[in-house]
Design a protein around this ligand. Structure first.
Ligand code: IMP
Ligand code: MG
Length: 180
């Protein structure tokens, strides 16, 4: 894989390689396996960004689980619009169930904040959150994140499910916007 890629009008350079992503998944899996031993949570993957991370992460789990997908939209280009729209909702009754949310990245926290509000109103027993990436300097909401793969600076990143205007999701590594 090349060290730089061009998507639309912008150049990106490798930031988190495939080996590091594998190690992150393994470490998260070890922690999550301890906490969910003897349980059977509903895994909630937040589309579209988390689909590749979710696919890799659930394969490190050693407890029984079911998977659902929900979809919110907030991003246009490289900026969060702050306006969160739910596009695809849950099909299952989650009352009394343990929920584990899988997110690709928490930026302002607006998406997660909205998702948690929706989900808690349906009375699950517990909700935990795992996010591959977190941009701590960008947070605008107080959101509980139980497991974090890696905290990163405020750079725009793509690959491994994350997009720049829908391109780049298929890249096996994570790339960041190249500084001029
Ligand atoms: P938030 O609502 O601002 O926390 O943003 C959450 C969503 O925006 C994530 O689930 C991503 O889909 C998207 N997002 C945030 N930061 C980035 C980025 O650096 N690259 C690509 N997508 C991002
Ligand atoms: Mg996105």
């Amino acid at each position: 894989m090349s060290n730089t890629v061009k998507l639309h009008d912008k150049e990106f350079e490798v930031f988190i390689g495939e080996d590091e992503l594998k190690n992150i998944n393994k470490d998260l899996g070890d922690l999550i396996n301890k906490d969910y031993e003897g349980k059977m949570p509903i895994i909630l993957s937040i589309l579209n960004g988390s689909f590749i991370f979710a696919a890799d992460l659930v394969r490190t789990f050693s407890f029984p689980l079911t998977i659902e997908f929900v979809r919110y939209s907030s991003y246009e280009g490289t900026e969060s619009t702050g306006k969160i729209t739910k596009i695809l909702g849950l099909k299952t009754d989650i009352k009394g169930k343990d929920i584990l949310i899988i997110e690709d990245i928490i930026d302002t926290g607006a998406t997660l904040h909205q998702a948690l509000k929706d989900l808690w109103s349906q009375e699950p027993r517990s909700i935990k959150v795992v996010s591959l990436l977190l941009k701590p300097d960008s947070l605008q909401h107080v959101v509980p994140v139980d497991y974090i793969g890696k905290s990163i600076p405020n750079d725009f990143v793509v690959g491994y499910g994350l997009d720049y205007d829908e391109l780049g999701r298929d890249l096996p590594s994570i790339y960041k916007l190249k500084s001029e």
